[in-house]
Design a protein around this ligand. Structure first.
Ligand SMILES: NC(=O)c1ccc[n+]([C@@H]2O[C@H](COP(=O)([O-])OP(=O)(O)OC[C@H]3O[C@@H](n4cnc5c(N)ncnc54)[C@H](OP(=O)(O)O)[C@@H]3O)[C@@H](O)[C@H]2O)c1
Length: 335
């Protein structure tokens, strides 16, 4: 019987997660039953929404209990199958495979990956959940029109870097907001954004005045908080605010007083729409095909931040909450 290394939420984090909230345990891998497959995890995706799973606050993702293996997206290889739909050697992606070396899954919870389309880890990155979020969040919710000024926050991250590039493809003027000079240089020099604002070292209000003299037509919000307050104050008439995430709020232990936004929404006849990527699930195939084509044509590049070793997932996750990641954060679990 083989051993499965797993990472559990030992205690529920209060505020910013700490290493002591996590624990590595070992368990035997149970035999699979009829219809199930056994998957060797190769890549693990670390995503900000997982902080919501660690909390009891209302969320679209079910809460973890203390002692549960951390649930999360992963890419792996089927090494044993009792299912007609999957065979040994298939590469699969699943949203709930979790922080462990081996996972047992049913066909309904995994999908087959074509390893010829792109490197397999992109199934949890540019061709997976973050890519779908950028594509549909910008195009369906933000509704950019060529010539629009588009602002995106957390702009060098998994979602943000793609939002800005898709907005460029759509013929927009793109401003990315990110923490630090290195990330901002990447936005300007590698992703060809039109402007970048380093919110850690520059005054966001002043920079928005400089780069958006006619106001912001589309704001793709990944962070909430003070940055969002600044952008809301600069909306143009008929602006669209796509509320994707509020990472600045995920570790708060008490609500933060903020801007009253309705005046700006009213006077600019603007729209704010929160969205969850899963609402577009029926159309993922369209985005995957389009994004894969853009990658092949060199119109989209993607930056990954790869950390080796399952045991390093907790520290990497804490880093994600602090802006230490630079690009899509992945854990390489196995070859
Ligand atoms: N609605 C949906 O369906 C959906 C789907 C996927 C993701 N999301 C959301 O999209 C957002 C981005 O996710 P991602 O996977 O692309 O993560 P990511 O951008 O790769 O990583 C998170 C980044 O957020 C920034 N950040 C952290 N704390 C911050 C703070 N207090 N203020 C401002 N920025 C902060 C950091 O970048 P800097 O160094 O630039 O600060 C960090 O690198 C998250 O809010 C996530 O929850 C939503």
């Amino acid at each position: 019987m083989s051993i499965n290394k797993q990472i559990i939420m030992k205690t529920r984090p209060v505020g910013m997660p700490k290493l002591e909230n996590f624990e590595i345990i070992e368990n035997e891998i149970p035999e699979i039953r009829n219809g199930e497959v056994l998957i060797k995890i190769l890549w693990l995706s670390l995503d900000p929404y997982m902080r919501g799973r660690m909390s009891t606050a209302k969320s679209y993702a079910a809460s973890l209990h203390e002692g549960d293996v951390i649930v999360g997206g992963a890419v792996g290889r089927v090494i044993k199958s009792e299912s007609k739909e999957f065979k040994e050697g298939d590469i699969v992606e699943g949203f709930t495979l979790g922080w462990q070396e081996y996972a047992i899954a049913t066909p309904a919870t995994i999908r087959k990956i074509d390893p010829n389309l792109a490197p397999i880890q992109t199934a949890v990155g540019v061709l997976g959940m973050p890519g779908m979020t950028a594509f549909f969040g910008l195009l369906h919710v933000g509704k950019p029109i060529p010539g629009d000024t588009v602002v995106v926050s957390a702009a060098s991250g998994a979602v943000g870097q793609l939002v800005g590039q898709i907005a460029k493809i759509a013929g927009c003027y793109v401003i990315g907001i990110a923490g630090g000079k290195e990330k901002c240089n990447f936005l300007l020099n590698t992703l060809n954004f039109d402007a970048a604002i380093d919110y850690k070292n520059e005054n966001v209000d002043d920079m928005l005045d400089k780069y958006c003299p006619k106001g912001v037509n589309v704001y793709f919000d990944n962070v909430g908080g003070n940055i969002t307050d600044s952008v809301i104050n600069k909306l143009a008439n008929y602006a669209r605010v796509a509320v994707c995430g509020v990472i600045s709020q995920y570790n708060l232990t008490a609500p933060e007083p903020g801007l009253r936004t309705h005046r700006s929404m009213l006077t600019n006849q603007a729209t704010t729409e929160g969205f969850l990527v899963f609402q577009f699930a029926q159309k993922y195939h369209i985005a995957i095909e389009r994004m894969a084509k853009w990658i092949k044509e060199g119109k989209i590049v993607y930056k990954e931040d790869i950390v080796s070793g399952l045991e390093n997932a907790p520290a990497a996750f804490i880093g994600l909450m602090n802006g230490k990641n630079f690009g899509k954060l992945l854990i390489k679990v196995s070859e």
